[in-house]
Write a protein that binds this ligand. Structure first.
Ligand code: MG
Length: 341
């Protein structure tokens, strides 16, 4: 198996600010895995919050580049639960890139889109939300106007004055609103503001409290009138059952869990624990976003807008029509490179 890597500097349309900090650009790595003349594509978008960056990705690639012997199916299982799972334990985005490249490659070999390989109905994709990062009031207004094509907005909160920003957005737009606190509140603030958010008609709140404050999250799950979706708390399949009493649902991201294969296990675990399923993303090109979109018929909610938030996506894959995710029907991921010549 031959592995080629391309580093791409993604430029957000606006500097992307959340409760933890601001992002001006992000390096992602496009993986091209070739086997018997067929090439599958994958993507790693490393997140410093989860202990990864360009240096760790580069080092991990060097470590496994010459270890990729065997059929695509064999390598996929080595990454999911074998020797490569161990080698890449702290490199979830690299596992995600290899796993999705292998799904793409196998789909191309079989002539089937990934959703069809999984027996999923492409008409059952959910609508995706469009994220509005923290910004000055006038910029927030402009972002809300730019979000006109989308029916659901996800608002980043968790900073002083965040309720006033929400009020401003609701005055300007009557859309469904979800909020993401990125661990920015304590239990007292959460109890009070979840009640207020519920009265304002917000659909759900994502990770209001730090993931280590497990007792506070349990209390909030019991008392909040608003559903709480866990994001930073949920990385691997084991986390789902262990934290089932700390939220009403989980946000799965391929870059956190290590690709489509573990994401499918996370979804099964969530259903076993009677939790709702959301599919989220990092800032990613259409490779990573399309991969997640292929399994979105299994999800209750989608926040797959990472490609829409960047100005220089080199690829085309999943589309969004009236907010709904529309899957490409080509084999594998069905992603193609934009012709820039
Ligand atoms: Mg989140």
């Amino acid at each position: 198996m031959k592995l080629e890597i391309e580093r791409v500097k993604l430029k957000p349309r606006h500097p992307f600010e959340i409760a933890r900090g601001v992002l001006h650009e992000r390096d992602v790595f496009v993986f091209a895995l070739t086997w018997e003349g067929v090439t599958g594509f994958g993507e790693a978008s490393p997140s410093p919050y989860y202990g990864e960056d360009s240096e760790t990705v580069t080092a991990a690639i060097k470590q496994v580049k010459n270890e990729l012997d065997g059929t695509p199916g064999k390598i996929k299982s080595r990454i999911a639960s074998g020797d490569l799972r161990k080698t890449l334990d702290n490199h979830a985005s690299v596992r995600a890139a290899l796993d999705m490249a292998l799904w793409d490659l196998i789909g191309k070999t079989e002539g089937k889109p990934i959703y069809a390989m999984l027996g999923l109905d492409p008409n059952k994709t959910p609508a995706t939300s469009f994220t509005i990062g923290i910004d000055a009031p006038e910029v927030i207004d402009a972002k809300v106007d730019e979000a006109a094509p989308y029916r659901i907005l996800k608002i980043k909160m968790g900073f002083p004055g965040d309720m006033a920003v929400l009020d401003r957005i609701q005055a300007r737009s009557k859309k469904t609103i979800r909020v993401d606190i990125n661990e920015g509140w304590d239990i007292e603030t959460s109890l009070q503001l979840c009640r207020e958010l519920d009265q304002k008609g917000v659909e759900f709140v994502e990770q209001p409290i730090h993931h280590e404050c497990e007792d506070d999250l349990r209390t909030l799950k019991r008392l909040s009138p608003l559903p709480v979706i866990l994001d930073e708390s949920i990385i691997n399949p084991d986390d789902v059952w262990a934290r089932r009493d700390q939220g009403h649902g989980i946000n799965i991201k391929l870059m956190k869990c290590g690709g489509l294969t573990p994401a499918l296990t996370l979804i099964e675990e969530a259903r076993r624990a009677e939790l709702r399923v959301m599919l989220g993303c990092m800032l990613e090109t259409s490779i990573g976003i399309t991969a997640a979109a292929h399994i979105s018929p299994l999800a209750d909610y989608a926040d797959l807008d990472g490609n829409l938030l960047i100005a220089n996506d080199p690829f085309v894959g999943v589309a969004v029509h009236n907010s709904k995710l529309v899957l490409p029907d080509g084999p594998g991921l069905g992603v193609t490179r934009l012709d820039t010549t």
